[in-house]
Design a protein around this ligand. Structure first.
Ligand code: XBP
Ligand code: MG
Length: 258
């Protein structure tokens, strides 16, 4: 039996619902501060989420949705500066405690720590954003709970490329078969499954219609004993994600692979 040794978590959309009321708001404030009239509505932002990475997303916006904008000579620097101020605004928002963890996240992570499972993060967001979320929404010491925090520009190709998960696995020194990944989006599962990881999906408003082929299970949330999840794809022997269910999903997926 291949033992489950580590859990690898995506951040945005998985640990917390950060996109609509966090990143989107911070992008818009950064645009305002820079004197730009760019305004990313909830709907438009849903379309922009097709591209991961804030800098890459701004470039995609200009290419696809704002071709009339007269680009400065050094567009890379312009975007990098805007992104720097967006990160400052976003981390400030998190420090005000404005974005909580999703249901079940803290409970599951505590259970995993108690059981001696190793923890890691694989995300396209900027490292400072991960630190701020862990510190303010999880625990003052939560950054130390994760052995590996793989984030942002640490790999050249962001999700849907598998690079960030390969990086996390290499740092953990574990094969994919001994780990589980947690994701919320199509780009996320392409990345985790691309690295050979059994993947558990919790959807959110932006991702509920995404294609999650290859997921071990698709849920509306991790759930709590008094707040059951809805199973959207696959089947579960419990009403919330706990270690027993993770072990079952892990074994099941390995058995299906042979
Ligand atoms: C998250 C992202 C990130 C955030 C913004 O995707 O795509 O770009 O939206 O963060 P995933 P930055 O959950 O798949 O990792 O502006 O710091 O890039
Ligand atoms: Mg995500």
């Amino acid at each position: 039996m291949t033992e489950l040794k580590a859990l690898i978590f995506d951040v945005d959309g998985t640990l917390a619902d950060t996109e609509k009321d966090g990143h989107r708001v911070a992008f818009n404030l950064a645009f305002q501060q820079a004197g730009l009239d760019w305004d990313w509505s909830v709907d438009l932002y849903g379309q922009l989420l097709k591209v991961t990475g804030g800098k890459e997303r701004m470039r995609y916006y200009l290419d696809q949705f704002n071709q009339a904008f007269i680009r400065p000579q050094n567009l890379d620097q312009f975007i990098a500066d805007l992104h720097k101020s967006k990160t400052a605004i976003y981390t400030q928002l998190l420090s005000e405690g404005s974005i909580p963890l999703r249901p079940g996240v803290l409970r599951l992570i505590q259970e995993a720590r108690t059981a001696g499972l190793r923890l890691a993060i694989a995300t396209t967001t900027t490292p400072a954003n991960v630190s701020a979320l862990l510190q303010h929404a999880m625990d003052a010491d939560a950054e130390n709970w994760f052995e590996v925090i793989a984030a942002g520009d640490i790999v050249p190709d962001k999700k849907p490329a598998a690079d960030i998960y390969f990086y996390a696995l290499e740092k953990l020194g574990l094969p994919a078969e001994q780990c589980l990944a947690f994701e919320d989006s199509h780009n996320g599962i392409l990345s985790s499954v691309g690295a050979g990881l059994t993947t558990i999906i919790t959807i959110n408003d932006y991702t509920r219609e995404h294609d999650f082929s290859g997921a071990a299970i698709v849920l509306d949330q991790m759930g709590e004993p008094d707040q059951p999840f809805k199973v959207l794809q696959g089947s579960a022997s419990n009403t919330y994600l706990n270690l027993d269910l993770l072990q079952q999903l892990h074994q099941q997926s390995l058995a299906e692979a042979v």
